[in-house]
Design a binder for this molecule. Structure first.
Ligand code: SAM
Length: 219
């Protein structure tokens, strides 16, 4: 395990300042990003990249999301302590740690076996406890449904109905939807009667969501 020194915390403070300048307001999100040592997800030689506001390769053709993207998605979810959150696309596990720092109970699914195994072993070493699952998150996780919040961290071709169905009343789902070049960040709200409303929030670029309701079945 790498060390988390005064210097690293200073680098995180600068990153948090950048996120505030870009419009992130949720104190709990900013505090979580200030707390989670993002450099633990990088090789030592790439320390300088860990606290830049950009995505970075994590192997297997995948990326650790840009901190701004993590902050936007976490802010849109309006996490409350104790929320049961489904994350689709564990990847490095960084977004999962941010949600755990915000006191959510996290259920996270990864499609890639190597990334699943790495995150499942590494996060507990950092003191973070989540429920990990290897499988196709485009179909959600029916065994543990319904969820207060659902976050999809890969770009979907369309809105999977399975995820909407697994949302509790008053639940929120954040999912990037679009083509393989860019995706619109969609926020789905399910009200207490089960009525769905949809908002769009800016464009992002994610790696593709695979699986039954992702790109695999469309190719
Ligand atoms: N949340 C991650 C983090 O903090 O590092 C970033 C995730 S990366 C941008 C997208 C991840 O989604 C990849 O690890 C990819 O393997 C995974 N993925 C793609 N399709 C998936 C699916 N159907 N179910 C679960 N994971 C999927």
């Amino acid at each position: 395990m790498q060390e988390d020194s005064y210097r690293h915390r200073g680098m995180r403070r600068n990153l948090v300042k950048i996120l505030i300048e870009k419009g992130i307001k949720d104190r709990a999100v900013l505090e979580a990003i200030q707390t989670v040592p993002r450099h633990f997800f990088f090789e030592k030689a790439f320390l300088e990249h860990a606290y830049q506001d950009k995505a970075f390769p994590i192997g297997e053709g995948q990326t650790i999301s840009q901190p701004y993207t993590v902050a936007v998605q976490s802010e849109l979810l309006q996490i409350k302590p104790g929320d049961k959150v489904l994350e689709i696309g564990t990847g490095s596990g960084y977004q999962c740690c941010v949600l755990l720092e915000m006191q959510a109970k996290v259920y996270t699914i990864e499609y890639n076996k190597k990334l699943y195994q790495q995150a499942k072993e590494f996060l507990p070493k950092m003191g973070y406890r989540a429920h990990f699952h290897l499988g196709d998150g485009s179909q959600g996780w029916p065994t543990f449904a319904p969820f207060d919040k659902i976050i999809v961290t890969a770009g979907a071709p369309s809105l999977p109905q399975a995820l909407i169905d697994q949302l509790k009343p008053n639940g929120r789902l954040v999912i990037p939807v679009g083509n393989e070049e860019h995706q619109e960040m969609i926020l789905i709200n399910k009200d207490m009667h089960g009525k769905i409303t949809t908002e769009s929030h800016d464009y992002f670029r994610f790696v593709p969501l695979l699986g039954k309701f992702g790109w695999t079945s469309k190719q």
